[in-house]
Design a protein around this ligand. Structure first.
Ligand SMILES: Nc1nc2c(c(=O)[nH]1)N[C@H]1C(S)=C(S)[C@@H](COP(=O)(O)O)O[C@H]1N2
Ligand SMILES: [Mo]
Length: 262
């Protein structure tokens, strides 16, 4: 039985079981907001499946022998914004990552701070909606560790990643919407998932500009466009309304699913 088939088979009974689980175990999914609507929609099938398997169900991990000889750079290859370019010129020594919003302990971390944190290393497969995949190794602290240190307020629901690059309304990138700055977001289950890391290294070397220096997200149970590169700030929020068109990400604002489960 292929994973696809077993997943479909299980979803048959999972519809009811997962619904019950969600209502009892995860009150954040039960209310009548964006996340609740997604959970009850077709897009919600993968979300329900992953929550049924367990909040911590892991994406498959591979061995060093499986690593792709070439891992394509996709989307932005190098943000040309002056602020980002200045950080590149200084090798990110003055770059700071702010963790702000609904937290009791807002933080401002240097790249050295992030590199000094306990890290997780994982070899995973990246799947892009454009039809290519690559296996790479990623290292960085778990996002959950950072969020625990920031001490979230009880009304926190989502975590938003603000990136450095701006597509400036480029037509090949979906055109101008309310904002063209790349951003992404996840719910708290994915934010605290053990494989959700703030990667500062790829394949054993510091992250290159092409792959998202100085840090990029790895959210391994979701598709490529969720893997925000060039993360400049992390906001803990109660609603996604204040960002772009409010759909939770650059591509989501242009029609992609917010829950991009693999
Ligand atoms: N900031 C930013 N993050 C981004 C993108 C982007 O253009 N800008 N592209 C996304 C897409 S569609 C993919 S497939 C991956 C590509 O990551 P890679 O360049 O490391 O292969 O990054 C994602 N994260
Ligand atoms: Mo992608």
């Amino acid at each position: 039985m292929t994973p696809q088939l077993s997943r479909r088979g299980l979803l048959g009974f999972g519809g009811i079981a997962a619904g019950g689980l969600l209502l009892s175990g995860c009150d954040q999914l039960a209310t009548n907001d964006k996340l609740g609507k997604i959970v009850r929609s077709a897009e919600g099938a993968t979300l329900r499946w992953q929550r049924l398997v367990g909040r911590d169900g892991l994406a498959r991990e591979f061995t060093a022998a499986d690593m792709s000889p070439v891992f394509k750079v996709n989307g932005t290859h190098e943000p040309m914004e002056a602020e980002y370019q200045a950080h590149v010129a200084e090798n990110f020594v003055n770059w700071k990552l702010a963790i702000a919003g609904l937290v009791n302990n807002p933080m401002s971390l240097s790249l050295a701070d992030i590199r000094a944190m306990p890290a997780r290393t994982q070899i995973t497969r990246h799947d892009c909606v454009e039809g290519w995949s690559a296996i790479g190794q990623w290292t960085g602290p778990q996002l959950g560790l950072l969020l625990k240190a920031a001490n979230m307020k009880t009304n926190a629901r989502y975590v938003v990643f603000r990136c450095a690059d701006n597509y400036g309304g480029e037509l090949s990138k979906g055109g101008a919407q309310s904002t063209s700055i790349y951003y992404e977001s996840v719910d708290l289950v994915d934010a605290f998932h053990p494989q959700t890391i703030l990667a500062h290294s790829m394949n054993g070397a510091p992250l290159s500009v092409g792959h998202g220096a100085p840090v990029r997200m790895r959210i391994e149970r979701q598709l490529g466009y969720k893997q925000a590169k060039y993360v400049m700030g992390i906001d803990v929020v109660a609603s996604l309304d204040g960002y772009g068109s409010g759909k939770g990400g650059y591509w989501e604002d242009r029609g992609y699913e917010w829950y991009a489960g693999i």
